[in-house]
Design a protein around this ligand. Structure first.
Ligand code: SAH
Ligand code: SF4
Length: 414
C-alpha cells in the first residue's frame, strides 16, 4: 500500500512504500525528502532541524548507515535503529567495467519485494545527452581492464585524487524490466517485474555518485532516465525521484533527460510540470511511419505517431531547450534514405526546436535484426542534416559488458 507522509498540498509529495517501520522489516529514510524526514523526527519527539542533518548525511555525504551519521547523537542513532529505521539506500552489489570505461552495475533494492536493477556509468558522456553528439574519449584511462568484473568495494571506489573523467553520464532505471515489449530491446524480454519507488530510482544515482566520489555542483554529471523500464508508466515515482534529486541531492534538472517510448498521457502530465523542475524530453521515435513503428513497437497501436507528436507540441520548452527524437537504426528495416526524409517531415511537424539522436542497433541473443554499417548510419545522418534537422550518431558505450542502449537485462556475465 502506498502511504503519503506529507500533506497533499505541500508540493513535495514523495510516495513511500511504507511510511513507518513494520514489526518484521525496517523502513528506509532514503527516499524521504526534508519535509517527510521532519515528520519522522517529530514522531520521535525530535526537532525538525535534525532533518537537515539527515539530508546532509544521506544525500550530500552519501552515508549509507545510520550508525555513521556522527552529527546525530549516539542516543538518537540508537533510538532510530531500535524503532526500525535504516537508511536503506540501494547498494551496488556487482560491477562490470568495459574497455571504453563504461561501468554497468547490478544494484540491490531491499524491502519486501527485493529486486536487482541496472545502472550505467559513462565517463565523458554518452555523446547524446549534451546534444552536441560529441564523444570525446580522451579522458578514459589506459589502465582500464577490458570486460573486467570488479568487486564493488571501498578498494575500487574512486577518490577525487584518482578521478579519470571530466564529465560523466549516469543511465538510470525506472522499472524492473519493462512491459512495452519493443521487438529490438533486451529489457523487454524480462517483462515487467515491478515499478521502482522514488527512493529506488534516486538511490541508484546516489549509490553511483558515492562510488565515484562525485562532488555535486562542481563535477559535470548528467542523468539520463534511459535504463530499464518506461519512466512514464511509473510517472509518480519517476517525478518524485526527480524532485528528490533536485531538492535534496542538488542536481540540476537541466542536466537530466527522460526518454519515453511515447506514452501520451505521460507526455501530457510532463507538459504540466514546472519547466524549471523537469528533465529534458526524449521521444523514442524509431520508425518513419506507423506501419513500421507498429511492427517494432506494439505501443504504437495505442498511441500512433501523430498522437505522440500532438502531445509533444504541448510541452513548453525552456529557452534554448530542444526535444530529442531517438531513432534506432535497424539494418534494412528503418535505415533507408527515404526513411530519413520521412523522419525529417515528422520532426518538422512538431514545430519545436528538435534534434535526432541515431543509435545503431545494439545486438543481443535471439534477435533477427542487423546492426547497420557505420557508412549507412552516416548517410542517414547526412540525409537528415540536408533536410535541416540536426542529427547525431550516438556511439555505443559498453557493448562488451551488455551496458549499451537496450541491452540491460541483468546479464551476470561481463
Ligand atoms: N523505455 C524508454 C527508455 C529506455 S530505452 C524508451 O524506450 O524510450 C532507451 C533507448 O534505447 C530508447 O530510445 C530505445 O529505443 C533504445 N533501444 C532499445 N533497445 C535498443 C537496442 N537493442 N539497440 C539500440 N537502441 C535500443
Ligand atoms: Fe521498454 Fe524502452 Fe525497451 Fe521499449 S525500448 S521495451 S520502452 S525499455
Amino acid at each position: 500500500m502506498m502511504l503519503r507522509v506529507v500533506p497533499e498540498n505541500s508540493g513535495q509529495l514523495v510516495p513511500l512504500d511504507r511510511a513507518v517501520p513494520g514489526n518484521e522489516s525496517p523502513a528506509s529514510l532514503f527516499g524521504l525528502d526534508a519535509a517527510a524526514l521532519a515528520g519522522v523526527l517529530a514522531g520521535e519527539g525530535e526537532p525538525s532541524w535534525r532533518a537537515d542533518q539527515i539530508v546532509e548525511a544521506v544525500y550530500h555525504q552519501y552515508i549509507s548507515d545510520i550508525s555513521s551519521i556522527t552529527t546525530l547523537s549516539l542516543d538518537l542513532r540508537r533510538k532510530l535503529a531500535v524503532r526500525g529505521w535504516q537508511i536503506g539506500r540501494p547498494e551496488i552489489t556487482k560491477a562490470f567495467r568495459s574497455a571504453d570505461g563504461t561501468e554497468r552495475y547490478l544494484i540491490h533494492c531491499a524491502g519486501p519485494k527485493a529486486e536487482t536493477v541496472e545502472t550505467v556509468w559513462m565517463p565523458d558522456g554518452d555523446g547524446g545527452e549534451t546534444g552536441d553528439g560529441s564523444n570525446d574519449e580522451s579522458g578514459a584511462s589506459d589502465e582500464i581492464r577490458a570486460s573486467d568484473e570488479i568487486r564493488a568495494s571501498d578498494e575500487t571506489r574512486a577518490s577525487n585524487e584518482t578521478k579519470d573523467w571530466r564529465r560523466a553520464t549516469i543511465c538510470v532505471s525506472s522499472q524492473v524490466g519493462c512491459a512495452v515489449n519493443c521487438q529490438f530491446c533486451l529489457t523487454a524480454k524480462l517483462g515487467l517485474q515491478r515499478n521502482l519507488t522514488a527512493g529506488e530510482i534516486a538511490g541508484q544515482v546516489v549509490a553511483v555518485l558515492d562510488r565515484h566520489a562525485v562532488r555535486v555542483g562542481r563535477d559535470r554529471v548528467n542523468l539520463v532516465f534511459m535504463g530499464m523500464g518506461e519512466p512514464f508508466l511509473n510517472y509518480d515515482n519517476f517525478m518524485a525521484a526527480v524532485r528528490l534529486l533536485v531538492h535534496e541531492v542538488g542536481l540540476s534538472p537541466q542536466r537530466m533527460t527522460v526518454s519515453t517510448s511515447g506514452v501520451v498521457p505521460g507526455i501530457d502530465r510532463f507538459a504540466q510540470e514546472p519547466p524549471d523542475l523537469r528533465p529534458k524530453l526524449a521521444i523514442s521515435l524509431n520508425a518513419p511511419d506507423d506501419k513500421i513503428r507498429e511492427a517494432i513497437m506494439p505501443i504504437n497501436r495505442k498511441w500512433p505517431i501523430s498522437s505522440v507528436i500532438d502531445a509533444v507540441r504541448r510541452v513548453r520548452l525552456r529557452p534554448r531547450e530542444r526535444i530529442t527524437f531517438e531513432y534506432v537504426l535497424l539494418g534494412g528495416v528503418t535505415d533507408r534514405p527515404e526513411h530519413a526524409r520521412e523522419v525529417a517531415r515528422l520532426v518538422r511537424r512538431t514545430g519545436l526546436p528538435a534534434k535526432v539522436n541515431l543509435i545503431a542497433w545494439n545486438p543481443g541473443p535471439d534477435f533477427h535484426y542487423a546492426t547497420p554499417k557505420q557508412e549507412t548510419a552516416e548517410q542517414f545522418r547526412a540525409a537528415l542534416v540536408a533536410e535541416g534537422i540536426p542529427a547525431y550518431i550516438r556511439q555505443p558505450r559498453g557493448r562488451d559488458i551488455f551496458a549499451a542502449c537496450g541491452q540491460l537485462k541483468r546479464t551476470v556475465e561481463g
